[in-house]
Design a protein around this ligand. Structure first.
Ligand code: NAD
Length: 499
């Protein structure tokens, strides 16, 4: 079976998808899909939506960690025997199936998780071909008076991956491509709220992989994931590496597990807007990044600090671009819906997020304060103080707090405080290079975007490759195939000096 991916074709499809997502049309995303999937890569059949994965043959879906880890180990050994050609075949299958099934899987995930926006769930799957593959695994070699030295990027074996509920199948697909390009098999403990979506995609991937390569269970999952199954994965002698994408709880648990862990942790990305930019352009960019999938992206714009002298202009530009401004009393009313204050041990209190409102549409949030808005409303905005819970908490909702600052220095200091040292992402809109440099240095974030929406940081209408797992806490950065490798050196002493 010929499964060649044409990189130029992929780029043009991706550009088209991004343009269509910007225009907010699901139909556009569907139109950008290839006309037909190759015969072995049948699009997902809606009929399986009513079938529990366990009622279907295994195809990587397991009830318990010992049997899943043993199957993943066998999958790894089969992949190793078949070499790099098989890795390429598998990656092509995953990319093609993610695109061919984007509509069905996006809809299924949307219905299972009930968060975000359908057209963006579909769009995120169309972008999977942007994740790099085996071409990233290049050995490093030196030769000299004493012969040859050769370093290879080799697999760990079985990699265990933890998925967030915010992007179940996109993160899954990106992790699969990275792990398999590096020669590993992969075993998932998804978020319970997105586990059925994960299982359905894994089943389809494994079926096509087995048909094309004969390899079974290269990708495995726990059908009903729990904290206990996470614990069992951490303790399994067959699991050699953890890849965690999620919030602070799971990152802490993984770091304490004793296993090597790549941790793509939480963020709370601030935006700084100064007085050198066109506010219409900054407003459009901010609304796009913040509104994408109702602000579920960990890189999405979560709070804005703007120089006082351009704050009114920015707010007007945002309203012109579709954002709806809440009055101060409405902001406070919404805050009481979104956060509950819980007492601390020390006699203080802290805000706790109402998970029911995470990833909901702006009009749903607005209805909580008595406003009736169209469903297409991209985001709500409202002025707040710098220490407001909307600013300080990673609330993952299309409600963007705006804070006025007197100086750029004050804005950078408050942006830094609001990011909590996660070192995840930050954004500036400025044409002043000194200010860009100062903010980049102070924030020290993994991703720093200048004059574009946050999504450009993942290669969407910006330069660069895509991954939905940004290893912030442990510092590997935007994950790629090399992140999932061990480095091994071979030395040949004195022989083979041919010059
Ligand atoms: P979450 O932390 O609630 O859950 C993530 C995963 O961890 C789930 O599979 C969950 O079941 C598991 N989990 C949670 N607590 C655990 C614990 N104590 N022990 C073991 N497993 C545990 O997060 P979520 O709501 O699914 O996703 C949103 C969070 O993920 C946000 O904080 C967001 O910033 C972050 N995120 C980060 C990246 C990144 O690339 N850095 C990407 C996407 C999401």
């Amino acid at each position: 079976m010929a499964l060649q991916i044409d990189e130029n074709l992929v780029r043009s499809i991706v550009s088209e998808v991004v343009r269509n997502i910007t225009a907010g049309t699901a139909a556009g995303a569907a139109a950008a899909a290839p006309a037909a999937a190759p015969s072995a890569l049948q699009p997902f059949s809606p009929s399986v939506l009513s079938t529990s994965p366990s009622a279907l043959s295994s195809h990587g879906i397991f009830q318990d960690v010992p049997s899943a880890a043993a199957a993943a180990q066998k999958g790894f050994e089969q992949l190793r025997a078949k070499g790099v050609a098989a890795r390429k075949q598998v990656i092509d299958i995953v990319k093609k199936l993610a695109v061919a099934n984007a509509d069905a899987w996006g809809k299924f995930e949307f219905e299972e998780t009930k968060i975000g926006r359908l057209e963006h769930k579909i769009g995120k799957l169309h972008l999977v071909p942007l994740v790099p593959g085996v071409e990233w695994i290049r050995p490093y070699a030196l030769s000299g008076d004493h012969g040859l030295m050769h370093e290879e990027y080799t697999p760990f074996g079985v990699v265990a991956a933890i998925l967030p509920v915010t992007h179940s199948v996109p993160t899954l697909s990106g992790n699969i491509i990275n792990a398999i390009a590096a020669g590993n098999s992969i075993l998932f403990n998804p978020h319970p709220g997105g586990a059925r979506s994960a299982a359905l995609a894994i089943r389809a991937y494994n079926q096509a992989i087995q048909t094309a390569t004969g390899i079974e269970n290269l990708i495995c999952t726990i059908e009903k994931p729990t904290l206990e199954s996470f614990d069992a994965l951490c303790k399994s002698p067959l699991v050699n590496l953890l890849v965690v994408t999620g919030g602070p709880g799971v990152v802490n648990a993984a770091m304490k597990s004793g296993k090597r862990a790549i941790c793509a942790g939480p963020g709370n990305p601030p935006v700084l807007v100064d007085d050198t930019v066109c506010t219409d352009k900054a407003a459009k960019d901010i609304i796009y990044g913040c509104g994408f999938d109702n602000n579920l992206l960990c890189i999405g714009e979560k709070q804005v600090f703007v120089l006082d002298r351009v704050a009114n202009a920015l707010i007007r530009s945002m309203e012109k671009a579709g954002a709806v401004r809440l009055l101060p009393a409405q902001v406070e009313k919404l805050a009481r819906e979104v956060f509950t204050m819980k007492p601390d041990a020390g006699g203080c209190s802290h805000p706790v997020l109402n998970r029911e409102l995470v990833g909901k549409n702006a009009n749903v949030l607005a209805s909580r304060v008595g406003l009736n808005l169209p469903e297409a409303t991209p985001i709500l905005i409202g002025e707040t103080d710098a220490d407001h819970p909307f600013v300080m908490e990673e609330q993952m909702m299309p409600m963007l707090p705006i804070v006025r600052v007197k100086t750029v220095e004050e804005g950078i200091a408050l942006a830094k405080k609001s990011e909590h040292g996660y070192k995840h992402s930050s954004i500036i809109h400025s044409l002043n290079v000194d200010r860009m440099t100062e903010m980049a240095r102070t924030m020290d974030t993994t991703l720093f975007v200048k004059n574009g929406p946050s999504t450009t940081g993942l290669g969407l209408d910006g330069e660069g490759y895509l991954s939905y797992s940004i290893a912030t806490t442990t510092g590997e950065g935007i994950t790629n195939p090399q992140t999932f490798t061990r480095t091994r050196r071979c030395v040949l002493v004195d022989a083979l000096k041919i010059y």
